[in-house]
Design a protein around this ligand. Structure first.
Ligand SMILES: Cc1cc2nc3c(=O)[nH]c(=O)nc-3n(C[C@H](O)[C@H](O)[C@H](O)COP(=O)(O)O)c2cc1C
Length: 291
């Protein structure tokens, strides 16, 4: 059972990675463009194509034989395409095989703290004890940020056009992890404690290092601007606010404290997290127990 969960988690992580990559985006756009061009040519040259087909079938002494020849070639081509796609998938899976993934506990949907109480109690806290967060608490915070809450794949925070431009990273004493909503899993990016580096990048705000847990919300603006143009930047920034507020309120519901941090050097945070070029860090949220 555990092996099946692990392999499912790994497969989800790989799929997510492929989906997030620019390669996937360009592949999809390329296929759409090719289909569009082919259909255009088909319409423009339809008469010529028809004439060519008639001529071709006339030339063939035996139509049945030519049809068989064509079917054979067609099947061979299909096989070649399927095998190359399989090889591509296998190579992605193989490359990601060594990646460590952690299946998070299932999020709880009941709490002793009402939404109203959470809104009232939420306060920015900048002094934390060293008490660690449990795996259940980490799971719950990630679920509140970007967890999948609907069978159609919709998430805890609203997203313009359901394009989901946010990527969530967490840091604790065990390392740096990336959250994958599909499968509710974490993939380990580093086994180093990077909180002191993150605090330095956040202009020396010491509580970023002192907190047992830091969440960093990043955005891939292109996912939204590709559809909505410049307005996609505004949509993405609004969405970050939705996700962050969910995390702050969830922290209160769990009896934890937090503070949203916007003051940091973007390039320094990107370096600490080793972010891909298209992912921009927008918000840091330290979470822990108030000292
Ligand atoms: C966009 C944004 C950026 C913020 N950046 C920081 C920050 O860099 N450091 C910090 O200590 N607090 C930061 N805060 C928290 C505010 O200082 C805090 O929300 C404000 O003092 C009100 O207090 P409250 O959160 O307890 O209601 C930020 C808040 C927002 C909304």
């Amino acid at each position: 059972m555990m092996r099946r969960i692990k392999s499912f988690a790994r497969a989800s992580a790989c799929r997510e990675k492929f989906e997030r990559s620019n390669f996937s985006l360009w592949l999809k756009l390329g296929i759409v463009q090719i289909c569009h061009e082919l259909s255009k040519w088909g319409i423009i040259y339809r008469k010529k194509l028809f004439k060519f087909f008639l001529k071709w079938s006339d030339c063939m002494p035996n139509f049945k034989q030519s049809l068989r020849h064509f079917a054979k070639r067609f099947i061979q081509t299909c096989f070649a395409i399927i095998i190359s796609f399989m090889l591509l998938n296998i190579s992605i899976l193989y490359a990601e095989d060594k990646m460590e993934t952690i299946k998070l506990p299932k999020p709880k949907l009941k709490s002793n703290v009402s939404l109203e109480e959470a809104i009232e109690k939420r306060r920015s806290v900048r002094s934390y004890s060293s008490k660690e967060l449990t795996m259940e608490q980490i799971s719950q915070l990630l679920w509140a940020a970007q967890g999948i809450t609907d069978r159609r794949g919709y998430r805890a925070a609203p997203s313009a056009g359901a394009l989901y431009p946010l990527e969530i990273y967490i840091l604790n004493k065990n390392g740096l992890y990336h959250y994958i909503p599909e499968g509710h899993i974490l993939e380990r990016k580093s086994d180093k404690d990077l909180r002191s580096d993150l605090a330095r990048a956040a202009l020396g705000q010491h509580f970023v290092e002192a907190a047992p847990f830091d969440m960093v919300i990043c955005a891939v603006y292109e996912r939204v601007t590709l559809r909505y143009g410049q307005r996609g930047i505004r949509y993405t920034d609004i969405e970050i606010g939705h996700a962050a507020q969910n995390v702050l309120l969830e922290a209160v519901a769990l009896g934890l404290d937090s503070v949203p941090v916007g003051a940091f050097r973007d390039d320094a945070v990107s370096r600490v997290l080793n972010l891909p070029k298209n992912e921009k860090p927008i918000y840091i949220i330290p979470v822990g127990h108030k000292r």
